[in-house]
Design a protein around this ligand. Sequence first.
Ligand code: SF4
Ligand code: SF4
Length: 70
Amino acid sequence: MEKTEAIKLCICKSCPTYRECRERVAFCFLGRSKCIKEDHGCICGGCPVHDKANFKRYDYCLKGSEKQQK
Ligand code: SF4
Ligand code: SF4
């Protein structure tokens, strides 16, 4: 799974926690958001990237990328 593919497939923009502030999504690769601060649930479990990349963690926009959370 490439980062650019993840950005295309990412479903963060449909998540209740997501806030639009013109930053790139796929937080699981790119790490924390600069503007998302409040947790309203995470839908990464339903994302094809999470499954394909065999990721185990959640709340990437708040807690950091899969690598950073290890
Ligand atoms: S796993 Fe989450 S952060 Fe990563 S691409 Fe999917 S929806 Fe976005
Ligand atoms: S990383 Fe999870 S909590 Fe954050 S916006 Fe994406 S789906 Fe929502």
